[in-house]
Design a protein around this ligand. Structure first.
Ligand SMILES: C[S@@+](CC[C@H](N)C(=O)[O-])C[C@H]1O[C@@H](n2cnc3c(N)ncnc32)[C@H](O)[C@@H]1O
Ligand code: SF4
Length: 397
């Protein structure tokens, strides 16, 4: 994992134009904690304090308005945790507040993560009414035995029903999350998951290799994962299947049918700006002379407690990103994109002049890890398999 410590020294980045602005909204509760999950998600006993949380989110956004600097929102993402535990009325209230206080680009993308087992047809309809125009449905697998082992609260049948209900409610921009290299998974089982997902006719597929994260139940009691050889086999066959089925791999784990990438995630990878509200949410914001990262207080109870005090702030920590870390952060995001980015985006988004770091770029090009074309920053086919080594080179530069 990269060490993302940032210096607090101010830098002299110069932007002729600020990047597009997105908004992430974190909903930190789940019905049950999955044994592989290290996200900021918590089981809450009793009724969720939705009204209090919505009030806190609005207050939190209000405190961030100084960072908007005249921009409108190009995308919004409700992530979790399990945002589909929030009633659509609460989603509508937050969206209305964001529209009034910041404003929306006319073609704004508004996504919400929905878990099977927490949504019905009516709630999908109400979410569409509230303004949500994209769903990301967490399926993980269509194999009931795997779903049980992953601690999911839904069956494969409920997962399929969630997708067809969402489609019937009018959603035509839907992502499905699947994971692979699951405990004792065979190649045939992994491919069957992908085939079942694609048969549902959605526009976007996320396909993540299961990782065992510290502070999870799987870390303290590791399941039997497929061998490295089997993991490689699954990955190669899965990538081929996705491609022949018309899904373009536009990022390491993200695949889409023509013209339907996740605009919110593209903004992260293209080093756009984003505000983050809700427990533990992160933000990256450019000002004309510096780039800031900050995050909100992490635990839901602490976050809600901040709301009580009239002068209390939700921000837990703010850093100005120094030039070395700006370059690393930018490259770490941009090189995840299969087609990379235009070279000029580096200066546009970080203020760093390309010639300042020409040695590392020419070195990586000579080693065949970056494409030779100087107009793009993009991994070669070989380099894409060694992304970690490329990023290590930037860390050591
Ligand atoms: C924010 S998470 C959870 C979204 C939603 N609560 C759910 O569980 O469906 C988004 C996605 O990350 C993936 N994910 C979570 N933990 C993972 C892990 N340890 N390894 C690989 N993928 C993981 C899952 O596919 C999950 O749907
Ligand atoms: S439902 Fe999603 S966010 Fe919640 S614990 Fe499971 S994987 Fe994590």
């Amino acid at each position: 994992m990269l060490n993302m410590a940032h210096s607090s020294a101010a830098m002299t980045a110069r932007f002729s134009q600020l990047p597009p602005l997105a908004l992430y909204i974190h909903v930190p509760w789940c019905v049950k904690k999955c044994p592989y999950c290290d996200f900021n998600s918590h089981v809450h006993k009793g009724n969720l304090p939705i009204a209090d949380y919505v009030d806190a989110l609005k207050q939190d956004l209000d405190q961030d308005l100084e960072h908007v600097q005249g921009r409108k929102l190009s995308s919004i993402f409700f992530g979790g945790g399990t945002p589909s535990l929030m009633p659509a009325t609460a989603v509508a209230e937050i969206l209305d507040f964001a529209r009034q206080s910041i404003g929306f680009e006319p073609d704004i993308e508004i996504s919400l993560e929905a878990n099977p087992g927490t949504t019905e047809y009516d709630s999908f309809s109400a979410l569409a009414q509230a303004g949500v125009n994209r769903l990301s449905i967490g399926i993980q697998s269509f194999n009931d035995k795997q779903l049980q082992g992953l601690g999911r609260i839904h069956s494969s049948e409920e997962a399929r029903r969630a997708v067809t209900n969402a489609q019937a409610a009018g959603f035509n921009n839907i992502n499905l999350d699947l994971m692979y290299a699951l405990p004792e998974q065979s190649l045939a089982e992994a491919l069957d998951d992908l085939e079942q997902a694609m048969s549902l006719g959605c526009s976007h597929q996320s396909w993540y290799q299961l990782t065992i994260e510290p502070n999870t139940e799987f870390y303290s009691r590791p399941p039997r994962l497929p061998t490295e050889g089997r993991q490689w086999e699954i990955q190669e066959a899965g990538l081929a299947l996705l491609e022949t089925s018309g899904f373009e791999r536009y990022e390491v784990s993200a695949f889409c049918r023509a013209g339907r990438p996740s605009r919110h995630n593209l903004n992260y990878w293209q080093f756009g700006d984003y505000l983050g509200i809700g427990a533990g949410a992160h933000a990256k914001i450019s000002h004309f002379d510096r780039v800031l990262r900050f995050h909100k207080t992490r635990l839901p109870t602490d976050y809600l407690a901040r709301k009580a005090g009239p002068t209390a702030k939700f921000v837990a920590q703010t850093h100005t990103i120094d030039e070395h870390n700006l370059l690393i952060d930018f490259m770490m995001n941009a090189l995840r994109l299969r087609k990379g980015v235009a070279s000029e985006l580096l200066e546009q988004r970080t203020g760093i002049k390309p010639f300042t770091h020409s040695r590392i770029f020419s070195d990586l090009r000579e080693r065949g890890l970056l494409k030779a074309d100087p107009d793009i920053l993009c991994c070669s086919d070989q380099g894409y398999n060694f992304l970690d080594s490329i990023l290590q080179a930037f860390l050591e530069d």
